[in-house]
Design a protein around this ligand. Structure first.
Ligand SMILES: Nc1ncnc2c1ncn2[C@@H]1O[C@H](COP(=O)(O)OP(=O)(O)OP(=O)(O)O)[C@@H](O)[C@H]1O
Ligand SMILES: [Mg+2]
Length: 399
């Protein structure tokens, strides 16, 4: 997917409109350099008109040697001969003017053709991971954890993440992030067979340069019109353009949640230290096992883990037969940051909860756990069934 760099947000937004809908925008070369190593299929970098020419030329020279399959397209307000000469010498593939979106679109298309010729047609294929945050109980912190985890997974712009609010009746992801979406999954109703990346991109709300949100409908009654086939289509489509798709869920095995679980690569189960929640989480874990959801990729997150209620994390592990992979204490800062619309991972990166959530993000990203970390759920058969096998499963459970 193309990446565009410009320090000015309005310019960046304008550039992105001329690029394929999966394009990623960052405001500095430093951020781009964090993004590129994780995106081996990158084929074009568009350098916006507000990036100083010296910086653009240096980057061209760097990429020409280190990533020769990436084309650099330089965008300038006006075409100056000395800029053109310097850019071409440094290896830029194209130079276009800012007001000529058609030229930019053409340059990006040619970059893709070149990439395909160099790497083969499958070189640009991309499949992101689906991470679902689930609990059978309400109010345990699913949304709080999903939002913070999604932000942690962006790794300050290095990865593209989409957060999907599948609490379709009472979703509060948007409000938690202080977003005011103009579109939601509601506009995709009826598009089970036709939804594509471009249409879906139009339904997303941008929170931060690498966190996009697919909001829940604003009215609870729309819930029933969102079919499991649509949920499947939405998630598979998002997977093609995002590195991670984080799904926040309703506290029930409703058909939409089941459809999401069926697509899930990594499942985070949220529990708290009270007996009714633990009883329901136990039943939920048995159900996930029976349905073969995310076998070997289920992670238990204990929220409010310090509540002095006579049950400790050890007891939880015994009751649930599963290791607690992440513990988050009760903290006023978490609730306050949620109320302020600035989740703790962004607002207080040094807070112990933020550190714990970033660690969980690292684990979900498949990077090795530090030796002192609790181990992952070691349920048998940690091989995940492939997509075709998983999609052939059909759920029989009803609420
Ligand atoms: N560790 C924590 N410390 C303090 N407050 C917390 C903590 N975790 C969550 N909260 C607060 O608890 C409330 C409920 O959290 P949240 O909305 O994330 O739960 P939920 O499981 O998504 O609920 P629902 O099932 O209704 O969607 C929120 O006000 C949130 O700020
Ligand atoms: Mg919630």
């Amino acid at each position: 997917m193309p990446a565009a760099v410009d320090p000015d947000t309005a310019t960046l937004t304008s550039l992105l409109t001329a690029l394929p809908s999966s394009a990623h925008g960052v405001e500095s070369v430093d951020r781009l350099m964090v993004w590129l190593p994780d995106h081996t299929g990158e084929y074009v970098v568009v350098l916006g008109p507000n990036l100083p020419i010296e910086e653009a030329v240096t980057l061209c020279e760097r990429l020409r040697v280190s990533r020769p399959t990436i084309s650099v397209v330089l965008v300038r307000h006006t075409l100056e001969t000395h800029d053109l000469t310097a850019a071409m010498k440094a290896g830029a593939r194209d130079v276009v003017t800012y007001d000529d979106h058609t030229a930019l679109t053409g340059a990006v298309r040619r970059a893709h053709e070149l990439y395909v010729a160099l790497r083969g047609p499958t070189g640009a294929l991309h499949t992101g991971k689906i991470v679902t945050v689930f609990s059978p109980k309400g109010g345990v912190g699913k949304t709080t954890m999903a939002v913070n985890l999604a932000l942690a997974l962006t790794d300050r712009g290095a990865r593209r993440v989409c957060l999907v609010d599948l609490d379709l009746a009472f979703g509060d992801v948007a409000i938690t992030l202080q977003l005011f979406p103009t579109h939601s999954i509601e506009q995709a109703v009826g598009s089970e067979d036709t939804l594509d990346e471009q249409m879906l991109t139009g339904l997303l709300t941008r929170h931060h340069d690498s966190l996009m949100v697919l909001a829940a409908p604003s009215h609870p009654d729309v819930h029933e019109r969102i079919t499991s086939a649509l949920v499947q289509r939405v998630l598979r489509t998002l997977q093609e353009s995002f590195d991670y798709v984080v799904v926040d869920t309703a506290p029930a095995f409703d058909e939409q949640t089941l459809a999401a679980l069926d697509e899930t690569d990594e499942c985070v189960i949220v529990a708290t230290l009270d007996v009714p929640t633990l009883k329901n989480v136990k039943v939920a874990l048995e159900t996930l096992e029976m349905l073969n959801v995310a076998q070997g990729h289920r992670h238990l997150l204990l929220n409010r883990a310090d509540d002095a209620v006579g049950i400790g994390p050890d007891k939880v592990e015994t009751i649930l037969g599963m290791k607690v992979v992440t513990q988050i204490a009760t903290a006023m800062d978490i609730a306050a940051s949620t109320n302020a619309g600035n989740p703790i991972v962004s607002g207080s990166p040094g807070h112990p909860s933020s550190v714990a959530l970033r660690r969980l993000a690292t684990l979900l990203a498949g990077e090795p756990a530090a030796p002192d970390q609790p181990v992952l759920d070691a349920s048998p058969g940690s091989e995940k069934p492939d997509k075709a096998e998983r999609s052939s499963r059909r759920f029989k459970i009803r609420r």
